[in-house]
Ligand binder design. Structure first.
Ligand code: COA
Length: 163
């Protein structure tokens, strides 16, 4: 059975396990370790297939209006099977229930190199309804331009307008 659940314990270990299986995206151990420590403090949801947590998402609320996807990752052998989309849906529900109007994410911007894995990530966000809002060339590092993407949550916007 497939389902999305909130992960309450073992978040750091789950993060290390999934990010560590994705060396094409996360090659630096210190980045994985920093993420593992960070997700301990954040709401985390997992997608479960046959008792395996195949994917995770960590959310950073910037309330009242926005919720940021701090991390999303699917185990490589489960890519392209819908886990990521289910977790974006869970993020939207969380944001909606928190009263937010926007889901956001920061990812690596195109930087003139042949990097199909990062292009695949950007395509994933395109396909799940995110808009490429702005590139911040030096937010992270001059070699790592940041693409800021946003997904307006229309229902929340409409219900607020109606009030
Ligand atoms: C990005 C990632 C989380 C997507 O997870 P996933 O479980 O494979 O995604 P899904 O199977 O739910 O795909 C959702 C949509 O994105 C599209 N998509 C997924 N991977 C894609 C790819 N490589 N190229 C183009 N589109 C892609 C799918 O076609 C699908 O669209 P559709 O439903 O309209 O057909 C996964 O590829 C991953 O773990 N990447 C490495 C880590 C990463 O990049 N994290 C984000 C860091 S900012």
């Amino acid at each position: 059975m497939r389902r999305t659940v909130e992960i309450l314990t073992g978040k750091a270990e789950l993060c290390r396990s999934i990010m560590g299986a994705l060396p094409d995206w996360f090659s630096e151990p210190e980045v994985i370790e920093a993420s593992a420590r960070a997700v301990e403090e954040l709401p985390v949801f997992g997608y479960i297939e046959a008792d395996v947590v195949t994917a995770m998402i960590a959310l950073k609320p910037h309330l009242p209006d926005a919720v940021e996807i701090a991390l999303i990752a699917t185990r490589p052998e489960y890519h392209g099977r819908g886990a990521g989309r289910h977790l974006v849906d869970a993020a939207e529900r969380f944001a909606h229930e928190s009263g937010a109007r926007l889901l956001t994410v920061k990812t690596l911007a195109p930087r003139g190199r042949d990097e199909p894995q990062f292009e695949a990530t950007r395509r994933f966000y395109d396909r799940t309804g995110f808009i490429r809002a702005e590139v911040f060339a030096k937010l992270w590092h001059e070699d790592h331009p940041c693409l800021f993407m946003v997904k307006p949550l229309m229902e929340t916007q409409l219900s607020r307008t109606a009030l």
